[in-house]
Design a protein around this ligand. Structure first.
Ligand code: NAP
Length: 652
């Protein structure tokens, strides 16, 4: 039974010994918080140091004392476990009632968990995210009958039923706004529906890669596999009533703004080619950035006789077991495919153009233990604090290490802090590879964060060193009917080719035709690969067109895409609310507001490791401008999006 709802904790029925065993699996900081909820006392917070995000491996190498997650010593953790056992016993004897904590006490908890003093705005950010009081500050609902009526007459078309589109549906439904979700696939999940290549899993913790109001206490691993994530979004679409609003196997071909009626005409086409036009007051694009697979432009690829598959469009049930397989690419997808296919291919040849930086994460494939699942379900507020811990540690993340020091001279790093990271990551790679020739091939020469750093538990480099695996770094010159030819003249015979070569990430909303006010086409306004939007959400000349995960909203190091997705949907709701309250029809971003925002975006992006001129990546368009990434901390993005400034818009 999968349990996603934000339900009250279940009664604790386990023996003291079982519980004592479970405690060893738990996050200490979240457990401390749960103890405070059970006891009503913040005494422990004065007696223990605040939690810290640390590299446990490095900390243990430096310190004589064992250091555990959160920076706690073994003795401190033992003490927390003792206090937890007592608090749980009392809680059970009391019949599972909890003392009330006042808002000042809660603020003390937030400050303790953050490990530092945080200002009022930061507290507001935290309160909204964790919602300990059960108050949902992100949705929209109307009690006034007139507003309810206006909401009911404001139909919205949402494009895409992935994380963003399902969330938009949930929120529009809550607000009483009629909506239709158009989804090109036969099922829900977006990228998690499409990416089903061997080994596909998310590389941020599952317990934070979910909607804040819909935790899943039953993730089977800390970094869940794609199908489990797909099932999560499917469950949410069913549970929150979005499913009946989705039109599957249907694509939006065009959306044209009708100025006279102040409405969008959305042309859709189903899998049988039947076209239809929907009328909408607003259009929300939730198509994502990584949904149009990009095949490499290599002569002869079309004439290859065996299977040619793209990682992002893996046919259901396809098995290449026992075959000689070429994998082209060594980015995030290839990094997951290679260890899996090395187990099943008779020969695996990896064609790498540039190697990836990888970050040591021993728990990357680790299943979630029974103790952790128990605590998520049964310890008061543990799941909320655990999620918050995962979220908060990524809010600041390692953002500072990504920023360029203009006086820095090296080309393989962008600052002293970035270079420190480079050295640590180099040591991690060196610790796994003894062969100097292989080491030379797998050590990146560009700065960390220039491309996505991949989560690694050692399986990737182990796979490359297997007898049936060869890493080829010579460039590919052509594909023959049964082989790949490289620049050194070698012919690599293969039965199948896997292109893990990324997506048309710089072609936002491609290939839809979107026509705004005055007949202006979005693809003309943007140019083919130069998407820009205010806050990544709204675009001048395109009234009531909203993007989720639009231009410059991708996160590289700091934050959670799930959090930002919620911020964007809430912002869109605020725009719609403004219209309904004022009895108006359209909001349209002011050009100067949009331009000033984008100037800031470009300036900050240009000063990061991923914006560095010596670096090539999918974040940049062909002109070298970073179009994918949000260059700000997510607290800054939250500050920009959690309140709508009506003066940024022309409201008509
Ligand atoms: P990617 O990061 O763009 O990697 C594409 C790879 O293909 C690169 O190694 C690239 O080399 C190579 N390549 C492209 N064209 C080539 C050609 N003509 N010849 C040889 N090599 C070629 O794409 P991706 O791996 O699909 O990942 C894209 C993004 O999806 C990730 O950054 C991440 O945001 C997301 N993703 C996430 C997960 C996860 O959560 N675990 C998993 C997969 C993907 P160069 O680097 O030299 O260009």
């Amino acid at each position: 039974m999968v349990r996603y709802e934000n339900s009250a904790p279940e009664p604790i029925t386990e023996s003291r010994d079982t519980i004592a065993g479970y405690l060893h699996e738990l996050n200490t900081a979240a457990l401390i918080m749960s103890i405070v909820h059970m006891t009503g006392s913040t005494r422990l917070l004065q007696e223990l140091p605040t939690p810290r995000t640390i590299d446990v491996v490095a900390a243990n190498a430096e310190s004589g004392e064992e250091v555990l997650e959160g920076g706690f010593t073994r003795a401190q953790v033992d003490r927390v476990h003792e206090e937890a056992l007592k608090a749980i016993e009392d809680y059970r004897e009391r019949g599972f009632t909890l003392p009330e904590l006042d808002s000042a006490q809660l603020d003390t908890l937030y400050r303790y968990m953050c490990g530092r003093d945080v200002d009022d705005e930061y507290l507001e950010f935290i309160r909204e995210e964790i919602a300990l009081d059960g108050v949902d500050r992100r949705g929209l609902s109307f009690s006034d009958p007139e507003l309810r009526q206006r909401a009911a007459e404001f139909p919205v078309v949402v494009i895409g039923a992935g994380m963003g589109g399902v969330l938009a549906g949930i929120r529009l439904g809550e607000a009483g706004i009629p909506y239709t979700v158009i989804e090109k696939n036969p099922g829900v999940g977006g990228t998690w529906y499409e990416n089903r290549y061997p080994g596909c899993r998310v590389d941020v913790p599952g317990h934070s890669y979910s909607y804040s109001f819909a935790p899943n206490h039953d993730w089977s691993s800390h970094f869940p596999l794609a199908d489990e994530i797909r099932a999560y979004y499917e469950h949410c679409a069913e549970h929150y009533g979005v499913m009946p609003h989705i039109r599957f196997r249907t694509e939006v071909v065009a959306a044209v703004f009708d100025e006279e009626r102040q409405l969008w005409q959305v042309e859709i086409q189903d899998a049988e080619g039947k076209r239809e036009t929907l009328t909408a007051a607003a259009v929300i694009s939730a198509v994502g950035q990584l949904n149009r697979p990009k095949f490499p432009d290599i002569p002869g690829l079309d004439g290859f006789q065996g299977e040619v598959v793209h990682s992002g469009a893996w046919p259901k049930g396809l098995s290449l077991d026992g075959q000689r397989v070429a994998v082209i690419g060594s980015g995030a997808s290839a990094f997951q495919i290679i260890p899996e296919m090395a187990k099943t291919s008779s020969k695996l040849t990896v064609f790498q153009r540039s190697p990836a930086w990888m970050f040591p994460n021993p728990g990357y494939h680790t299943p979630v233990g029974e103790g952790q699942k128990w605590a998520l379900r049964k310890l008061p507020f543990y799941s909320k604090w655990y999620r918050f811990w995962l979220f908060y540690t990524s809010v600041e993340g390692v953002y500072d290490k990504t920023l360029m020091d203009p006086s820095w001279q090296r080309s393989d790093s962008v600052s002293a802090a970035n270079d420190e990271m480079r050295q640590a990551l180099t040591a991690w790679i060196e610790s796994q590879v003894q062969d100097p020739a292989l080491l030379k091939k797998v050590l990146p020469t560009y700065p960390p964060f220039g491309k996505r750093i991949l989560q690694d538990n050692g399986t990737y480099l182990e796979a490359l060193q297997k007898d049936n695996v060869e890493l080829v770094t010579e460039g590919i010159v052509s594909i023959e009917p049964n082989a790949v030819r490289t620049a050194d003249g070698r012919l690599h015979e293969v039965d199948a080719i896997v292109c893990a070569t990324g997506f048309h990430a710089d072609r936002f909303l491609f290939p839809m035709k979107i026509v705004g006010r005055g007949g202006v086409e979005l693809s003309d306004q943007w140019g083919e690969t130069n998407g820009r939007a205010y806050l990544g959400i709204t675009v001048p000349n395109f009234p009531n067109l909203f993007c989720i995960y639009g231009p410059n909203t991708n996160l590289v190091v700091a934050g959670s895409i799930a959090h930002n997705c919620e911020s964007q949907v809430t912002y869109i709701l605020r725009c719609i609310e403004l219209l309904l309250r004022e009895g108006q029809h359209t909001v349209e971003c002011r050009q100067e507001i949009h331009d000033a925002y984008n100037e800031r975006v470009d300036a900050v992006n240009a000063g990061t490791a991923w914006g560095a001129p010596q670096v090539e990546n999918w974040y940049k368009n062909d002109a070298g401008r970073v179009t994918a990434n949000l260059p700000f901390r997510i607290i800054d993005y939250w500050k920009m999006t959690h309140r709508l400034h009506p003066e940024d818009y022309v409201v008509r």
